[in-house]
Design a protein around this ligand. Structure first.
Ligand code: AMP
Ligand code: MG
Length: 417
């Protein structure tokens, strides 16, 4: 089998995934979920013309002169209903969000007025009709779709849902995910430290990557490199919507994952991708008699490779299943701080730190790029993606960096006031 390009492999994975139906959630528990229904406004907001400022509601035409003194006929707070019509020569004191009274057609903020000793108010500026008034329905109109199916519940969206009194709504179901590590050399978290063994990092790194998407995965543990034991674990893992297996996907004589999943009726779609770090990466599909499916990702054993493969293939797949329309990590442009050597023929993912410099970012390698160097992944803000036809990058070149979880934060506020 040929090596697939990263994008061809991504396409192959995404063609195999489907959403899992919908469920109802309460607003309090919906952060990060994806709406499976359109949401409409149930009233006009604001419900009437309201003041955008603390100030005075006036008749715009009254302010045509240079200095105007007006009589205050009413005091209107947010939540009040005005009782008096503003006549020529009059105004009403009004607070932000309070309804504009009959007769008035503009608001002048309090800072542009002067209180006179006789109780009247002096206006030194003109105000055109509509000035500092928020029109009825300006925010949303009764019956309009304010959120479309496919929208992710973010804090802002939660505010909109509360505004339209949507206490519960339909979202797409989340997939169940199981994680399995394989290898005779691996030592589980609860086993005593044995200097000859390798601690199982992948179960927990993958666990956290899954959790960051809002899914609680199940850790199946460690399967030894033994076809019978592996089959037992894999059978268990295939009960889930998505199974992530790390290690044992290569072509070594003790790499049993591919033949064992195939023996369990999983149809392998690919097992080689032209990327570094990354290959060997296997992907297969189990179609169950009831029509449901399990996706199986055979991830490389090297901890960095398994995490990078998660980023490129598992993450978009899980997001697609969850109903997201934006499947990929955000990429930003950065200036490269140093040259990067490349052997063409495969897409490379270089772990980098991002720092602000002027109006942009500078990308610097986190150091050792060996696929076993998990510490360099732990420090990274992003993955610098070097295309497969590149023969190397020079210092100062503009490059594209995929942001990782945690890259949303930086050490300085980073704006000019
Ligand atoms: P494999 O893909 O099974 O050939 O493993 C490649 C390398 O990754 C080997 O050095 C393994 O010891 C290491 N490795 C495999 N699984 C894990 C794991 N769960 N945690 C840490 N290292 C692992
Ligand atoms: Mg192994």
């Amino acid at each position: 089998m040929e090596y697939l390009s990263v994008s061809a492999a991504q396409r192959c994975v995404l063609e195999s995934v489907a959403k899992l139906g919908v469920e109802t959630v309460r607003l309090e528990h919906s952060l990060g979920r994806v709406l499976a229904e359109d949401i409409r406004a149930n009233r006009d907001l604001p419900p009437y013309d309201v003041s955008a400022m603390d100030g005075f509601a006036v008749r715009s035409a009254d302010l045509a002169g240079s200095v105007i003194d007006l009589e205050v006929v009413e005091d209107i707070k947010a939540g009040d209903m005005p009782a008096v019509t503003v006549q020529a020569g009059q105004c009403a004191r009004i607070m932000t969000g309070a309804p504009v009274p009959q007769g008035a057609d503009a608001v002048v903020r309090v800072e542009d007025t002067e209180a006179l000793s006789d109780g009247r108010v002096r206006f030194v500026k003109q105000a055109p009709p509509g000035h500092d008034i928020r029109q009825r329905g300006e925010g949303m109109r009764n019956g309009d779709v304010v959120l479309a199916a496919g929208a992710e519940i973010t804090p802002g969206v939660a505010g909109v849902l509360a505004t339209v009194k949507c206490a519960q709504f339909q979202v797409y179901r989340r997939p169940s995910v199981a994680i399995l590590s394989t290898g005779n050399e691996l030592e589980g978290m609860d086993e005593p430290v044995d200097p000859d063994k390798i601690p199982d990092a992948n179960s927990y790194a993958l666990m956290a990557q899954v959790q960051a998407l809002g899914i609680a995965p199940v850790l199946l543990g460690i399967a030894r490199d033994d076809p019978v034991e592996l089959a037992r674990y894999l059978r268990q893992g295939l009960e889930y919507d998505v199974l992530l297996v790390s290690g044992g996907t290569s072509v070594g004589v003790h790499d049993y994952v591919r033949p064992t999943v195939e023996a369990l009726d999983v149809q392998m779609k690919f097992w080689r991708v032209a990327m570094k770090p990354g290959h060997p990466l296997a992907f297969g599909l189990l179609e169950r008699p009831d029509g449901t499916k399990a996706l199986v990702f055979g991830l490389p054993g090297n901890p960095v490779s398994s995490m990078v493969c998660f980023e490129e293939f598992v993450l978009p797949a899980l997001r697609s299943i969850m109903g997201h329309t934006h499947l990929y990590r955000r990429t930003v442009c950065a200036r490269l701080a140093h040259p990067v050597k490349m052997r063409p023929g495969r897409t490379e993912f270089v772990r980098v730190l991002l720092s602000r410099e002027g109006d942009g970012y500078v990308a610097t390698s986190t150091g050792n790029q060996s696929s076993g160097a998990l510490l360099s992944m732990a420090r990274a803000d992003g993955l610098l993606v070097v295309s497969s036809d590149s023969t190397g990058l020079a210092a100062g070149e503009t490059v594209s960096v995929q942001l990782l979880d945690g890259a949303a934060f930086q050490d300085q506020a980073g704006f000019r006031e």
